[in-house]
Design a protein around this ligand. Sequence first.
Ligand SMILES: Cc1ncc(COP(=O)(O)O)c(C=O)c1O
Length: 377
Amino acid sequence: MNLFDKKVDRTRSHCEKWDRYKNQDVIPMWVADMDFKSPQCIIDALQARVEHGVFGYTSVDDGTNQAVVDFLARHYNWKTDSNWIVWLPGVVPGMNIACRSVTTQDVIINTPIYPHFVNAPQNAKKNIIKVPLVEKNNRWTIDFEDFESKITSTCKLFMFCNPYNPGGTVFTKDELEKIASICIKYDLTICSDEIHADLILNPKAKHIPIASLNEEIAKRSITLLAPSKTFNIAGLQSSFAVIPDVHVRKNFKRELAGLSSEINLLAITATRVAYTSCDVWLEKLRVYLANNLKVIQDFISNEPKLKLLDQDATYLAWIDVSALKLDNPYEYFLSYGVGLSEGDRFGNENFVRLNFGTTKVLLEEGLKRIKIAIDNI
Ligand SMILES: Cc1ncc(COP(=O)(O)O)c(C=O)c1O
């Protein structure tokens, strides 16, 4: 039996995803975590740490910092330095700190997008400039002319998402070079949320950290990363920013001062093991998720009123349901027992987002319900 075919009961485990529809016949396919157990070596390491029995004040050790540096070198050929790492309890706090730490009136983002790309600039009382993604060669990408034309003289920060949520685009080297050169030309800092970097499902696609392109872009970058999506440990709250430039890092740390004390001890334990001992597990996960994506693609190819562009990464499918002409797609599918993410939360009410980080069996049951829902329109 495939490791990821094993059903885990997530009820009564403080699980946001499943608790939302507690005691209802609804398959939860919304918030971005997976229904799989984390790698066994993470579980073992956590058990051993709990068994130790003393849970006092903690600091991140050199070995954990080195584990990050080595992981980024091994997977992305990105040479970093442990001094560049700023530990954070989440990528979302990192996004908020980034918006506060860069001197700017306006923040430029793409849309539709993960809601905190809108919330973070708002929380920091900045104006938002929106650049909608466009469909090109059956894939979501950036219209670079539109992007460049919208940059104002008071805009000094681009909040970038790569791989992209929702839509699963992995930006190519060519695209990243265009983005980097625009950021350099207009003196923008780039905060690059790369939380989904490890979840590349198409073997032909490759994640390139934008900061790894060249020194010019590196020194104006804040890259946000985490083992949370990759190893399904979001509840442990381990994330970090990689900030090569000493001044950008100083400003970031200044905004963070007093608000967060690195990460907690179970997060440290899990992170070190995740980044040193779980590559094989990760490879198997990617294969399983890629197969789930294929199941969805096959399903959608038989549903003329659904549309899904090609996606190279993430376990989140961004499905265009506009042809169904529903008043509220989320509510409609919910009434057939499927709890999807509401497209309007990301900025487009004609879409739903389906989380396929689950067993194939449950995914197929979800798709079966979606089919019945569509056939009943
Ligand atoms: C692009 C992106 N950034 C950040 C997050 C959340 O990060 P965290 O849980 O570390 O705050 C998510 C979760 O879905 C995400 O998709």
